[in-house]
Design a protein. Structure first.
Length: 151
């Protein structure tokens, strides 16, 4: 997880069949704690309104821990009350790092069926997508896409 450590900022777009397309500003922080085999993760997004003002849109806080050689588990709590657990693989080739995660559990949000998070780092650029399926829309669809830079 070392390539992920630090603060990343950028913008993204939220889309889904059940919502209005929304532009957002994103700040994603991966923080290591000495002596602990975990990485703390905090993500905050702000809706960018047409007049360029911003309001807090979404906030997550959680931890990533290594559970096997290349397998990681991400547990997070979200400001909408949802708790999510994802598992997946970290891989790399040359200058590219990829973290692919798939949901294994949700709590406190019966709407959710499945989520997939894909993170890709090349140098000081991080791109991610979040795909999900819900009770209202059971087919997997891209929900979030963002491009961030390390600050």
């Amino acid at each position: 997880m070392k390539p992920f450590l630090g603060v990343w900022r950028g913008t993204g777009v939220a889309v889904y069949p059940t919502i209005e397309t929304t532009q957002y500003r994103d700040e994603l922080t991966f923080r290591e704690h000495e002596g602990k085999p975990i990485v703390q993760v905090e993500q905050k997004t702000w809706r960018i309104h047409p007049d360029q003002t911003e309001t807090l849109l979404h906030w997550e806080f959680g931890f990533v821990r290594q559970v096997a050689d290349t397998t990681y588990e991400w547990v997070n709590a979200q400001n909408n009350g949802r708790v999510e657990v994802l598992k997946g693989e970290l891989s790399h080739s040359a200058e590219t790092w990829v973290l692919d995660l798939r949901s294994v559990a949700f709590a406190n949000d019966p709407r959710m069926l499945q989520s997939i998070r894909h993170f890709q780092i090349e140098g000081d650029q991080l791109r991610y997508t979040m795909t999900m399926a819900t009770q209202a829309h059971p087919a997997l669809e891209v929900h979030l896409q963002a491009e961030l830079r390390r600050v």
